[in-house]
Write a protein that binds this ligand. Sequence first.
Ligand SMILES: *Cc1c(COP(=O)(O)O)cnc(C)c1O
Length: 407
Amino acid sequence: MSQSQDHLFGVYNRAPVDVERGEGVRLFDRSGRAYLDFVQGIATNGLGHAAPVLVEALTKQAQKLWHVSNIYRIPDQETLAEQLCASSFADQVFFTNSGTEAVECALKLARKYHAARGDDQRIDIISFAGAFHGRSYAAVTAGGYEPYLTGFGPRLPGFVNVSLDDPDAIRAAAEAPTAAAILVEPVQGEGGARALTDTELKRLRELADANGLLLIFDEIQCGMGRTGKLWAYEYSGVEPDVMCIAKALGGGFPIGACLATRDAAAGMVFGSHGTTFGGNPLAMAVGLAAFGAISAPELLDNVQTVSGYLRQQLEGLKQTWPDMIDEVRGRGLLVGIKLKVNNRDMMAAARDQGLLIAGGSDNCVRMLPPLNLTQDEAREALDLLEKAFAATRAAAQAPKNAPKESV
Ligand SMILES: *Cc1c(COP(=O)(O)O)cnc(C)c1O
């Protein structure tokens, strides 16, 4: 087999792990080496690798029906939509294949909402520094992250990116006659596991209400049980008008969804939007199985308990390793660790010890283990992380001009 990445776009900085198979929290490479996987496809495999309940749903469905597009009724789509609505603020759902497409749908919905009410001047999507919403033109414009925008031509009109720490700018953007919606992650993922405070979220809800804007939550990473509640917004009591989900919704199968109140979705009438693959029978069979398992109270309880343990232990490590850990952040099993040493180096050092962790902005690493993680597995990860700290400290203390090999 070819070992070259020569025929792939060079857009990724892939870690040198030749993945072959996975089982629960563990990932195995082609040489049989086992890793403790605290990335899980970036918070996507909520039930770990090859969860039997998902394998069964997928293989059963694979023998019945794969795809018909959305020209016929798909019963599982109706069932999953009903379950998502019953468990959230929402009344209606549009299924997509990815998080980005769910965001795209939400942004189109927001503008259409105002246009349908006779106000097509309202197009501005207000979003925040440190956000990540995906990689389409609209999503990178909303994300506002410079490196993802340069070289791709003019930015799309109708996007305002402000700092969460600048209430005056947020207010001014919301009060503009062109404002349409506020888009925010209740817990920023890629931005370094920053959880917004309840007060910040309440403030956004008030601004949206006072100015007739839609409030859109991007729970693509922080939703689906990741924080220990099914939806991250439940902690604050603040409900959105629209919510984007994906990642763990399919437990590793590509699915996304845009959820909305009936009122917010009022403009999304026949012909206004569509997708070939979104919500196809394979995706819906797996989605139903994943949602059933992840919305179970025992699983959400497990996230609370195990994340409580993991966080308490990490706070302890912050005392023992003050030269490594700056701050422990995030919520539930969306764990961010802001480091004092380079985060990319730490990811490599952890990998050398057999622990896979994700990166994040603001010099963070993230731990995004499966939601059914056990305390023993959490302990194992902490031990490997300490070994990585020890190796990093030793390397930093080694005399700079010493010969590499002293034999
Ligand atoms: C991953 C992610 C997206 C993009 O989802 P894709 O499936 O990669 O398109 C959007 N928003 C957030 C918060 C994410 O974590």
